[in-house]
Ligand binder design. Sequence first.
Ligand SMILES: Cc1cc2nc3c(=O)[nH]c(=O)nc-3n(C[C@H](O)[C@H](O)[C@H](O)COP(=O)(O)OP(=O)(O)OC[C@H]3O[C@@H](n4cnc5c(N)ncnc54)[C@H](O)[C@@H]3O)c2cc1C
Length: 1228
Amino acid sequence: MAWHAQLALVLALVCLPLATAWCSGKSDACSSNPNPLWQFNALNFHAETCNLKWNSGCTILDKYGALQQKPPPYSLCTSGHQPAGLVPVDAYTLALQNNNFAPGSAKWTLHGLWPGSAEGTGAENQPYGCLHGEEFDETILTTFGGLLNYFWPTNAKFNDTMLCFILSEWMKHGTCAVIPGADGTAFRLPEEDYFRTAFVFANEFNQNPALRDQLLGNVQLDDVEPLISTRCVQCAYLATVGWTGTDVASVPRMSGDCIDQCFECGDYWDTCPPAQLDSTVMLNSSNAPRKKSDSSSNSDGIASFPLLEFAMPALTPWEQGTWRSFGAEQGGSGKFEFAQTFTDNVLTVTTDSPYPQMCTYERRGPKELVLRCGGDHHLEDCLVQRLPDIDGLEAAFLACNHTGEPAPASFYAAMDTKGCGNFLMFRCKASAAGCSFSPDAISASKPKTETKTEPESKPSLVSHSQPGIAGAPPALLGSWRSLQVSSDYEKGLAQWNFTADDQASLRWPNYPSRAVQRYSVSHSDEDPSLVLLASASGTITTCRFQFQYQPVYSYAVLDCGAAVDNEENTSTQNRTKWAMGRCNPCSAHCRYSCGPENDFCGAGSCDPAESVEAASVDALLYHHDWCTPEDSGCWPTKTAIRKLEQALDPTVPRLGVRWRSYPNPQPAPVPMGSIDNQSFYGLGNAPQGLRALYYYEDMAEMQRPCFNPADRPAVWNTASDMCKAAVRQNEYRNWNPFIVVFPLNERHVIAALNFAARHRLCIATAGTGHEYNSRNSCPTGGILIRTILLKDKTFMPTWREDSTLAPAGAFRFGAGSTFAEMHAFSKDYSRVIASGWCSTVGMVGFHLGGGHGPFAPSMGLGVDNVLEIEVLQVGRNITNGQSVVHKKIASRSRNPQLFWAMRGGGGSVWGVVLSMTIRAHAVPDGGLSHVYMSQTGTFCPDSSKFGYQWLRGMWTRFTAWQLSLNQKVSTQPGFFIDTSQYKKTRNLCSVTWEFKFEYMYAGGQAERDYIRFRDGLKDVLQTETVQEDNYQSAYDYVLSMPANKFTLDPVNPLPAPHPPSDAATGSQNSVFVSRQALETNKFASTMMDVLDICVKTLKNPDMTSPDASGYRCGFHYLYTSLTGNLGSTQPGGTAISPGFRSALMLWNARTLTTQQSRDTVYKLGPNSYFSESSYVMHNWTARYWGEKAYEQLLDVKKAHDPGNHFWCHHCVGDNPDDAFGEPLGAAA
Ligand SMILES: Cc1cc2nc3c(=O)[nH]c(=O)nc-3n(C[C@H](O)[C@H](O)[C@H](O)COP(=O)(O)OP(=O)(O)OC[C@H]3O[C@@H](n4cnc5c(N)ncnc54)[C@H](O)[C@@H]3O)c2cc1C
């Protein structure tokens, strides 16, 4: 039934008599409930009495001692009375309406949000187990009046019956709304939570065109009732946590990552259970499931409702029963399988292995289990986690720390935790037909005679032709620990191995006498999950392969069913189903899945180096074996260089950096003073453009700085071609490359990498050269691979790996793309990219480092928007130890740890990036509004307007304004101090400041928030002058800027006599300022402390300062262009620091000493921005990433760059104890 038909019926039934009589909400006894409602929805009411349905009794005392209807218990059993391993709701139904009847209200109105089922049609079929009702609390109407009016506007057509309507909505649907909790528990949503969840969802639906597209598909928005996944409702619920506001502006946004997950299962709700919310989510424990013993009422008929501790499931914990498992830890032998039986507080391990034992156990939290095992009752802390079901099997993960140390904190960390026994566990769902996986018959003492006597068959490779596509589908490639499920489960642990040469083998690690079975493999071209195994005798077995990807570990089911014997006889006798698991191939530690015999991983190629033992890789940490010019045994000769040049197709014109003026996008940044605003000082303007290769013929030249700070920019225009080709921002320490190459394609990059590996050259990579801290330079010369000419671009309306991750499509850009080029291209498709502020910054460095910018609060940081990275690496051939260049694709499903590391791990240490695929965003409704205002003043110490004292108040007002910003606003304020007159006057009133304030608003200028923020900032700066613009594309914004707005300064900022030191730290001291530091006004006072340092050095110059006058004044950028704004989404799964993710502001301060930074800015937050920070930094690993994350990054680095070819200053793999960037520190 369409929503308006339902509505009409409800209204007819409920409201026609007299609305208020029915809608007054509170009734003292069941009999006062409105009669017509039960007629409409008999589920909630007893037909005879019209009472709301209760398990027992129907009243409870309210706080005034009066009787009220009691809140109901909620059944957590499935309709089949199975323990609710998962909540018995697999979808919600939602009715949507285009609001064209109430101006000023939300454009789209949502009606109801109620649990249904995948096959159900919403209200008619709702809900499983929802047998109870609850009264409508009228205070909701007053508390949320504004929101209700906005999202549920009254409709004159229906006699403005909102009040009745809401009541009936709650009665019908809200009373039944449940949210899955941890471990299969569920929580009925209390009324306020239900409405808040519905508001968040309504708001998201209005604000987020991508979500609308997803929910509606091709359906026109009139009269629709889409099904939405429980995960989506969870996302809306999660956004409500901590939200206490009651107006539209305060409604939080749903997390983008969470929304992404809403759709990851397409329409297959039943195979994609809702995520289990963990204990960090404050679910209302009064709505937790009750213990069976609690169900009785006391003598007054008043039931007691004990407050259960959240996520401590009292009712049949999910783990109860028997599971079969195999070891999943890194160091494990991979030989054993186990059966774990959990009964009330006792765990019995019967096993094929030498470890049978009995332990008592105790749940300590949603994911924690404590075992007391063996005679000595030693304690083991375990992590338990339920994983999504697969093909009739339930799955779980258990990691127990045998060492007495705490359990690993996460599924991810478990693999890295030494002394931890990890298990992937499976068991048959009760409902799964044909699944026989009972281990009851298995025990350690059970004789294994029968299984060892199988006839041995000589393994022989098969090569006959097969139907379909040759080889296994990519996700099946590799080796899997496997257990039979359907029959013969006593056979023990097996190992399936699917290789890239279209072969598969099945072995039994514990039974060497059993023959290895070999097959050749193909799969159906129409349905890749259909895998065909051809045995040596010609028997073809058809198997269905199902795959469940989880971070770190994956598992699968291979269901080998009907056998077709020589294409004649069909038999179902040999049906065999396998539960299979492994850690994800190509993860840094996943060595048991990825060895030399198994040189592939998923669809990418597996770096053989990953199978090198960790101990031997450790030695690589600081060991650089780079060739130096002094070593003629490896340093490239002219002949070798010419050969490389030939491999780079030198006659093909390289014109890609020549700029023809606006409206063509700038292909590269303009170095300071460049004539005609050309990049590379016009080097690319030659008729043939750039050359393929430049190098220093005279090695003495290589040691000299290219761009001397003492010279004027005019002189820099005449620098050598080599200098121009290598031009980069801030060339600290004058580390010039020996060779610069400009590849045009992948083949060229491979040639350069092979050359570098052959000559053991340190490899640096650069695109635009914008990097502030010389991370595009090697201390020993080496080779600079300049990817600026890789400028391919493609728009993909649908992102093939997972369209739900990029509802507005995706762009793939070559590594040389600048944001100007990306914006120009995305404009053609009416899309936006979450770029940085500077239009000539390059895609690669920005995304590797984190990436904040004008659209980050609404669209995410750079790292949040990367979908795939194509990278060339230098690995080692396991057989001969030689270097090999190979390509890897990093994405959520391919090389996921590399993907994690490359999104925030920074620098060029992962290889040479060829391209990145970036999420596209729709242009926000109302376009992109831009606001600029400024204020100037002095350092006059008196209380004059815009003087030094005025500043103190200004920072406090600024702070309040910052704290109010929502996700639509992204700011780039710069505070500049001019001391040029002070030397002459010695008067602080001659020191001037200018606060230049620009921000971007994702929406139109008529929006209430736009006006609120603009006027608020006018008050902060006490100005009336505002420049306002509105753009329909980000490229229009780029075109509004002068071509040389962001020049690249090619000099060394810290030449002698102030080389990098604690007194001259270089670049900028950055800190991610936490919201708390702003709330407590710590930011404002710290800012004044920093300005006091400036004033102090004006009076008493500090001659250790790199400033010629000895001042420490500089300037400050105060970006609020992160994801800390109200309503911004903060997805996880990237390597950036926690401080980066949650900070409200990034403060980049200039010219402070290390100590001054420690005393001031660094106190505002533990983390700094990798891409905008000081050259000199102590504890840089902790400030950039945190120690634990750094260790993981280092592991990924070791696995993917085993020869340590790629290095950069204060990048993963650099010397963590070197604060200063000493060349020796780098090469030691
Ligand atoms: C004027 C200016 C404005 C800026 N504005 C912002 C901003 O708004 N937001 C923000 O977050 N950051 C900003 N930054 C910082 C910027 O994100 C970093 O400097 C970033 O590293 C620049 O990337 P790039 O590719 O342009 O520079 P490059 O110097 O070319 O490269 C930077 C890093 O990426 C590596 N790299 C480049 N290309 C490749 C490749 N193909 N393969 C492997 N590694 C590669 C380099 O080795 C180096 O480590 C700004 C910087 C400047 C100079």
